[in-house]
Ligand binder design. Structure first.
Ligand SMILES: Nc1ncnc2c1ncn2[C@@H]1O[C@H](COP(=O)(O)OP(=O)(O)O)[C@@H](O)[C@H]1O
Ligand SMILES: [Mg+2]
Length: 400
């Protein structure tokens, strides 16, 4: 019998170094072709029905305004269909507040003097629990409903940035690291904020350098000559104080780990959203996350951190109500966490995952690109989730 030839020998480290470099080079090439550097993302325009929906006015009211020649002039397609740009939607809000019959300015929902900047941290250390999808759609919903929003991408993998058209490998953007680093290179946060394709929504993009914060902080903690490390958890809140006046809401997409970045975000937060996919393994992982996080928070509280939240909620993500085990998990969660789970779960939808393939959100894709019922079901679920969160934000400001 012939002996099988032995497997060829190889050096693991050299091989993965070569393969890593090759994959990265080819991906860069692919990306350059598909998404040229600093390619500006556009935003589609919005139908009368959508505008009426987001503004909370009737379509008839909108039509009347238009016929009377008031407010911004919508674009009219050959089919007769009228659409407004997102900028025009904002203009309409200001117009309606200026010309409203009452003194109540309800169309521009900016916070009033004394209302605290809302900082929402989206967390869970499980990757794939829907943090980035939730953060992106929440930030964009808030912008479309007239709020001034800052999204912060705290995940070195930069998925939230990618969804907004920023590619750290090609665009060489700064990140939050530049605004919270410990050395003399630190810059004001306004230097790392960029506009997005959504009017009213700015972003602090991420890049791999964010990871440095995880290495710098333990070193800074040991530094006897300075208190900066021991107060690491104050760094984001302090950075944000510089731009407090510019925004109503900050949405932070946290990395899928319980490191210093996440703890710093949580210490700056006024509220927390924990995303969870309703499956046994995810729930087990979440319970570990809660136990670890609770423990660490106790420790940093001992070091002087103040964590006072206006609210915190669990959000069920990628939910398939017809999947019996998932429905049972939701029931199980409700029996323990009632009151703390957002009433509306985010449904699993191919509209969401397909949009993400082209680095888009549901607000960016055209409804006509999907089966109507698919798109409508997803956008309705999203609207229910985001409206619930918006009302928590408004309640924190003392609004009904
Ligand atoms: N509601 C949803 N329906 C379908 N796919 C979803 C939904 N939410 C998220 N996904 C997909 O699941 C994957 C993980 O979601 P993501 O938001 O990136 O999670 P995380 O940020 O927690 O790692 C992504 O590919 C995303 O497109
Ligand atoms: Mg993510």
């Amino acid at each position: 019998m012939n002996a099988m030839p032995r497997l060829p020998s190889f050096e693991f480290d050299d091989t993965i170094l070569e393969q890593g470099a090759e994959i990265s080079r080819r991906l860069d090439q692919l990306r350059l072709e598909k998404f040229p550097p600093n390619a500006k993302k556009n935003l589609r325009s919005f139908t009368m029905a959508e505008v009426a929906h987001y503004l909370g006015v009737s379509q008839n009211n909108l039509k009347r305004l238009h016929l009377e020649g008031k407010g911004p002039i919508p674009e009219q397609a050959a089919s007769g269909r009228r659409t407004y740009t997102a900028e025009q939607m904002l203009e309409l809000r200001h117009f309606l507040d200026r010309h409203g019959r009452t003194e109540v300015k309800k169309y521009v929902p900016h916070r009033k003097p004394g209302d605290k900047l809302q900082v929402i941290a989206v967390v869970n250390f499980k990757g794939g629990s829907g943090k980035t999808t939730t953060a992106a759609h929440l930030a964009q919903h808030l912008a479309l409903t007239g709020h001034r929003v800052l999204a912060i991408d705290l995940d070195p993998q930069a998925s939230l940035s990618a969804l907004h058209g920023f590619q750290p490998e090609l665009d060489r953007n700064l990140s939050l690291y530049d605004a919270i680093r410990y050395d003399a290179e630190r810059k004001p946060i306004s230097d790392v904020i960029l506009p997005t394709n959504f009017p009213g929504l700015d972003i602090v993009p991420a890049n791999l350098e964010l990871q440095e914060y995880e290495y710098d902080t333990p070193l800074a903690l040991q530094d006897k000559s300075s208190n900066a490390g021991k107060q690491f958890f104050t760094r984001l809140a302090k950075a944000l104080a510089d731009v407090d006046e510019r925004y109503d809401v900050v949405v932070i997409d946290c990395p899928p780990q319980l490191g210093y970045l996440t703890l710093t975000a949580l210490s700056a937060a006024t509220s927390v959203l924990i995303t969870v996919h309703p499956q046994m393994l995810d729930l087990m992982s979440m319970s570990q996350f809660l136990l670890m996080l609770g423990g660490i928070l106790k420790t940093i509280k001992g070091a002087g951190a103040e964590i006072t939240l206006d609210w915190f909620r669990y959000l069920i993500t990628r939910y398939e109500p017809t999947d019996i085990p998932q429905a049972q998990m939701v029931g199980f969660m409700q029996s323990m966490l009632a009151g703390q789970i957002l009433e509306s779960p985010m449904l699993k939808s191919t509209a969401v995952s397909d949009a993400s393939l082209t680095k888009q959100t549901l607000y960016e894709v055209e409804r006509s690109a999907f089966t109507r019922s698919t798109y409508d079901r997803a956008i309705e679920a999203l609207y229910a989730v985001n409206s619930e969160i918006t009302s928590l934000i408004h309640r924190a400001w003392g609004r009904a």
